[in-house]
Design a protein around this ligand. Structure first.
Ligand code: 4AD
Ligand code: MG
Length: 465
């Protein structure tokens, strides 16, 4: 007899009819004199398995009254073809064990549908709901797809540090790491004396693994990172988290055009992989009221589309000529806001678009300056219904130009000595980008709030569990 079988295996016709032992949680329990039914879910699939039980079965009879929604049970029995409509299989129970009860008076996940907001308050139980079970299975599958994409293309996975002494984006939105007693922080000449701190230096949680990624790209050729990153920005939006996961490839000898091509291939690959491996989950999302009716079609279109590209300056002209009233007025030099991004991708291109060559003032110090002296080789990938999903660039590989940029922006030069040295010894053109993993998951699941695609969301004012 086979054990450790999942309901997903059964649903996918991978289990021949016969005797099995199964375990999981009760979704519904219906009793009658002649036959009882339990819908069992083990977390492996949206669709549970119907257990058919003879009410006189000894091991069932004695616990039947306490089998309620949420209870954990183990059963032994026969997997058989189901005579009932709408289900291929059912399970005839010969032995049942009640493993853990769930008091119906207090168990919050009763069978009726719950709002996503309600579930966000019970992060410890939400993976047991259909919606979050599906979201987190997709998250796991998509993680695998990320590794497969890069590993199949000769990229090496690099673990960049989480505690860092450098500010990658140069934007200062970092969480401090310290062991100081905050009630008595040591001072020297009126300033905090970080020599007294744990690392004898000022340290923070990383905002990006890119700079360390560049070290490895200029050693191993093509690398990627995939890990948590932290941003202390006060952005209380449905697209921002304070802790999120980012995938950052970095490639030596790649110019901007090579980088754009890789970003496009990557997005398409991820979508295809998820569509192929999570068919049931995607169909389930498609049926939810918060998801667009043509959700899967849109994904299929993106998966097969050639990504358009637009120069930032051209994008500005298009926005100016659009006749649209934007909340943030359009002007060359401004950063594109979500409303502008949405217009470009949803209404103008009607598909994914990569915007390139942004003004240097609104982009990070490490981006390669164009011959015009005003713009940098940046690329943001925008997708319909979401906006920015990828940010990247060709990096400044010229030592003097980079040093000048660091000075112009008044960044602490001494912190970047090693980054500058990469440009002193065997410097090469190189490029990379960052995909926000949760942005991608929102896109593919259709979930409207980024807090619903990460197991334990952190955002301003909230870090529970
Ligand atoms: O555009 P960003 O800030 O770029 C970087 O961090 C570069 N170092 C990447 C690189 O070139 N290696 O962030 C990259 C992506 C964004 O496009 C977005 O998808 C996501 O990370 N992102 C966030 N996701 C969730 N919450 C936030 N607060 C995010 N900030 C950025
Ligand atoms: Mg960005």
């Amino acid at each position: 007899m086979q054990s450790k079988l999942t309901i997903r295996d059964i649903n996918q016709d991978k289990a021949p009819l016969g005797e099995y032992q199964l375990s999981g949680w009760v979704r519904t329990h219906r009793q009658s004199k002649s036959v009882s039914f339990i819908e069992l879910n083990d977390g492996s699939a949206v669709r549970g398995l119907q257990l058919v039980i003879d009410p006189n079965l000894d091991s069932y009879k004695c616990v039947a009254a306490t089998i309620s929604t949420g209870a954990a049970i183990k059963v032994r029995g026969q997997l058989v073809a189901s005579p009932a409509k709408g289900q291929k299989y059912e399970f005839q129970v010969s032995e049942l064990e009640l493993v853990g009860v769930a008091d119906p008076e207090t168990y919050p996940l009763q069978k009726k549908g719950h709002t996503l907001e309600f579930l966000r308050d019970i992060l410890h139980l939400r993976p047991r709901s259909n919606t979050f079970g599906a979201v987190f299975r997709v998250r796991s599958v998509a993680s695998m797809a990320v590794h497969k994409f890069f590993q199949d293309r000769g990229f090496y996975y690099v673990h960049t540090p989480i505690i860092t002494a450098s500010d990658c984006e140069g934007a200062g939105a970092m969480f401090r790491v310290t062991t100081f007693d905050l009630a008595k922080v040591p001072l020297k000449d009126g300033k905090v004396d970080f020599n007294e701190d744990f690392f004898k230096a000022e340290t923070s949680l990383t905002v990006s693994g890119q700079l360390e990624g560049e070290i490895f790209a200029t050693g191993l050729g093509k690398i990627y990172t995939f890990g948590p990153t932290f941003r202390a920005e006060n952005s209380n939006t449905v697209r921002h988290l304070s802790e999120f996961w980012m995938i950052e490839p970095e490639m030596a000898f790649y110019e901007l055009e090579d980088n754009m091509k890789l970003a496009e291939d990557f997005i398409r690959y991820l979508i295809r992989y998820v569509l192929e491996h999570c068919e049931e989950e995607l169909k389930f999302f498609q049926e939810r009221e918060w998801t667009a009716k043509d959700h899967i079609q849109v994904l299929e279109r993106v998966m097969n589309a050639d990504f358009a590209s637009l120069d930032y300056s051209e994008a500005i002209r298009i926005l100016e000529k659009s006749g649209k009233k934007f909340e943030f007025p359009v002007k060359w030099g401004m950063d594109l806001q979500s409303e502008h991004e949405r217009f470009l991708t949803d209404e103008y291109v009607k598909g994914p678009v990569i915007v390139v060559n942004y003004p240097k003032e609104i982009k990070a110090f490490y981006m390669k300056v164009n011959p015009d002296g005003k713009t940098v080789r940046a690329m943001d990938t925008l997708v319909p219904r979401l906006g920015e999903i990828i940010g990247g660039s060709q990096r400044e590989e010229r030592h003097d130009v980079l040093l000048q940029r660091i000075r112009e922006l008044k960044l602490p030069e001494e912190n970047y000595w090693w980054y500058l040295e990469l440009r002193k010894f065997g410097t090469v053109p190189h490029s990379g980008f960052g995909l926000g993993f949760e942005r991608f998951l929102m896109y593919v699941t259709g979930m409207q709030n980024i807090r619903d695609v990460i197991p334990f969301p952190r955002f301003p004012g909230y870090a529970k569990f």
